[in-house]
Ligand binder design. Structure first.
Ligand SMILES: [Zn+2]
Length: 354
């Protein structure tokens, strides 16, 4: 518990400092806001407030394999708004990471560059002497790192590392993100959902289920790669489970039954990311997630029945089939109390007690 509180306190301190420095540099704030709006489009962040989203940027970028320090760097002028140890201003890393032993001896860990080296004749204060701790070589290396730095007048400002002129552009960030390795889909593991269904959903998000298109791409000789339902579009996992008019009708009916809006996403992978960020009551979120997984699984089963058994059922009957799948999972695989079938078909939430 104490460790948790320390971590929370550290988090608040770090982000308070981050916000404070952000406010002191409006160009950085503008960049972050632009990235926020851009990533909101790209990854469907929850839009619960610009400030919250700005704070989330660092986490979201790092989650996708890209640190804000890789995008921006400080351009040093007076050194009064750049932190000596905690900002990236020499090379690609913070000095506290490059010289952790010296940083441990630093009494003013949030000092600025100006405070540290404006008057180069003033000896630095340490908690204890670095020379006595055997850090003379690190101290020499640290001094040599900024020997050439000349502080001038004017405010420190941010420049973008992704462009040659240092100006931020959406195009540069897009190229950077496109070059990042793909991240794993955000599947949710609930015991109500059979493992085979969770695995199937994970594979569907990666386009690794045996659709006509993927089989054809692997050299399997098949008659047609078109969808067996709408006969107009290529059959891949995103089409079968999301974009086919048959699937779209079922999604609309299911979400109308759940009395909520369909999340907007271009593919299964991003749909799972949106679902993972749903900020409702945890029990309601869990139930809706189970229904969504039942829908993905049900659509796949209906597709197989259509192709291999010649059995076609209407979207309305498909909806009933999916409702029964979710009902069975919750009733027989979980611990939640669930209502009777008649009330379940009216609403999956309001008639249930918890
Ligand atoms: Zn179709």
């Amino acid at each position: 518990m104490i460790c948790f509180l320390i971590r929370v306190e550290s988090w608040i301190e770090n982000y308070t400092r981050f916000m404070f420095r952000t406010l002191r540099n409006w160009s950085c704030l503008l960049y972050l806001t632009m990235i926020d709006l851009y990533l909101s489009e790209l990854y469907n962040f929850s839009t619960q407030g610009v400030w919250k989203n700005i704070i989330n940027i660092k986490t979201e970028l790092e989650k996708n394999g890209c640190s804000p320090d890789e995008i921006f760097k400080h351009n040093i002028k007076s050194g009064e708004t750049t932190l000596f140890w905690n900002d990236v201003w020499i090379g690609d890393t913070k000095l506290k990471h490059k010289y952790p032993n010296l940083f441990a001896l630093e009494p003013e860990k949030n000092c600025t560059i100006a405070q540290k080296i404006k008057d180069r004749n003033t000896p630095w204060k340490w908690r204890s002497c670095p020379l006595a701790a055997g850090l003379s070589q690190q101290l020499c290396d640290l001094y040599s790192d900024f020997t050439a730095l000349k502080l001038t007048t004017g405010a420190d400002h941010w420049t973008c590392r992704l462009t040659t002129d240092g100006k931020y552009t959406v195009e540069a960030l897009r190229k950077k993100i496109d070059q990042l390795p793909p991240t794993a889909p955000s599947v949710s593991w609930y015991k109500e959902i059979p493992i085979k269904v969770t695995c199937f959903t994970w594979r569907a998000a990666l386009e690794r289920i045996p659709t006509a298109t993927s089989l054809s791409q692997r050299g399997v000789n098949i008659d047609s790669t078109l969808c067996s339902s709408c006969i107009g579009m290529a059959e891949d996992s995103n089409h079968i489970l999301l974009h086919c008019p048959y699937a779209t009708m079922i999604w609309e009916k299911i979400f109308k039954w759940c009395d909520t809006n369909i999340p907007s996403a271009p593919n299964i992978k991003e749909m799972l990311q949106v679902m993972a960020k749903w900020g409702w009551d945890s029990k309601k979120k869990k139930r809706l997630m189970i229904i969504c997984y039942a829908m993905i699984w049900g659509l796949w089963k209906l597709r197989n029945d259509r192709i291999f058994r010649g059995s076609f059922i209407s979207p309305s009957s498909g909806v009933d089939h999916i409702k029964s799948i979710a009902y069975t999972w919750i009733k027989y695989r979980g611990n939640d109390v669930i209502c009777d079938w008649e009330n379940w078909t009216v609403s999956p939430f309001s008639s249930c007690s918890w």
